[in-house]
Design a protein around this ligand. Structure first.
Ligand SMILES: [Zn+2]
Length: 423
């Protein structure tokens, strides 16, 4: 598959090089000469099509000193696809991308961003483009959104049964705040959408404020933030609070003002979901306190926290089981999670997973449900020690132990769980 695409691209670039001498200019192709049969147009279409077929989330088009490079992000990792983009055509490729999202092709010294829609086998894909000048030329990153097959429903989140019950319990709260936390690329938005998808029904007014809107869900009112026209999270929130809503979802809490509005509306009897860029459940609480939320308001408003990471899913067709021996270093690393007779799994690689050994990703989570005791603890502005102690008493399964469970089930490699848990 990979070699076929590589060959396809090489041929396309060769045709482009031969076909039109006017392509020698470093940046500008006059818009009029770019018709749908131009070789450069075909190159760009081929790349987008191929990236979508490989289920990539981003395409990186990068200039070098002698050749340009093409990389895809697949399942969270960057993979090099092609490293021989002739530099005499590189500018034309960037210009074509700019034309697709109506950017200024004559401007090559300042960053620009835009978007366009791409028809992928009848399905509309939203592509967000960012162009940034580097020392050797402009780099374009294309983010592919609205992908089908992204995990939208609860089952594709791979929640353990006990966590699934907790998650549904949080979704059924009449009011309060539910926070989904994790670093960039930890699947926060997917979990948020999972909850909204589950709650979606015509008897509720569900509103989201997002940047960007990654998936469109029929029946849900999704607001796209647009700071260029001063529609930021704060403005959008103020407006939708007047729209008779039942359930609100905030794409990401970044400012004190948004955090404040989040708490206010959850105390006013609404169910509010939000994502926040933080590593663990405990840290969410400190982060919100740092954002100026009063401890007793937070204690009352907060219903639960889902903290998560994404881990590559082992290919079920080729992964290999091995026994973890009692005196092995792995048994030591696992500590309390080790039990004699434990089997884990390694990746191998086959045709079905394109020799990667992994396909797709699995989320590992910790779900903290705020009980009375924890509410009390938060209201008294706890120290880290006090909060950790209170969390321990709730018997929450930590992200690490959730990952161990999934490693035992052959879903993920234990090394990957260790890697993301130590991040
Ligand atoms: Zn495989």
């Amino acid at each position: 598959m990979r070699t076929k695409n590589k060959k396809g691209l090489k041929e396309l670039f060769d045709i482009a090089r031969r076909s039109n001498t006017s392509y020698g200019s470093p940046i500008a192709i006059p818009v009029k000469t770019v018709n749908d049969r131009s070789p450069v147009v075909e190159v760009v279409n081929h790349v987008i099509q191929d990236a979508l077929e490989q289920n990539a989330s981003d395409i990186h088009v990068e200039p070098g000193r002698t050749v340009g490079r093409l990389r895809y992000r697949i399942d969270g990792r960057l993979e090099t696809l092609y490293e021989e983009i002739p530099m005499e055509l590189y500018g034309n490729v960037i210009s074509r991308i700019k034309i697709m999202c109506q950017l200024n092709i004559a401007e090559n010294r300042l960053p620009q961003d835009g978007r366009f829609s791409y028809d992928f086998n009848g399905q509309e894909i939203d592509v967000r483009v960012s162009v940034v000048p580097l020392i050797n030329g402009e780099k374009a990153v294309l983010r592919l959104l609205n992908r089908a097959g992204g995990f939208m429903d609860i089952d594709s989140l791979y929640l353990l049964m006990e966590n699934k019950e907790k998650f549904f319990g949080l979704c059924h709260e009449a009011s309060g705040a539910v926070i989904v936390a994790g670093p960039v690329n930890s699947g926060k938005t997917t979990t948020l959408y999972g909850a909204l998808h589950y709650l979606n029904d015509s008897k509720k007014n569900i509103v989201t404020i997002e940047d960007p809107v990654e998936y469109q869900i029929a029946g849900i009112n999704q607001v796209q933030v647009n700071p260029k026209i001063r529609l930021d999270f704060e403005e959008a929130l103020k407006a939708v609070l007047r729209q008779d809503y039942d359930i609100l979802a905030i794409g990401e809490v970044r400012s004190d003002e948004v955090a404040n509005m989040l708490v206010k509306s959850s105390l006013a009897g609404h169910l509010v979901f939000a994502t926040i860029h933080t590593s663990s459940a405990a840290r969410v609480i400190f982060r919100l306190l740092d954002m100026g939320i009063k401890p007793f308001l937070l204690g009352t408003a907060l219903k639960g926290i889902v903290a998560q990471r994404l881990v590559p899913r082992l290919c079920p067709h080729c992964c290999e089981a091995y026994e973890v021996l009692e005196k092995s270093s792995m048994a030591k690393t696992l500590g309390d999670a080790y039990e004699p007779g434990l089997w884990l799994y390694h990746r191998r690689g086959c045709d079905k997973c394109r020799r990667r050994g992994v396909m797709g990703r699995v989320a590992i989570q910790e779900i903290l449900v705020i009980d009375n005791r924890l509410q009390q603890c938060i209201s008294n502005r706890p120290t880290i020690g006090e909060l950790e102690e209170a969390i321990r008493e709730t018997n929450m399964r930590s992200m690490w132990l959730d990952g161990v469970e999934k490693a035992k089930a052959g879903l993920v490699e234990i090394e990957e769980v260790m890697r993301v848990c130590s991040e």
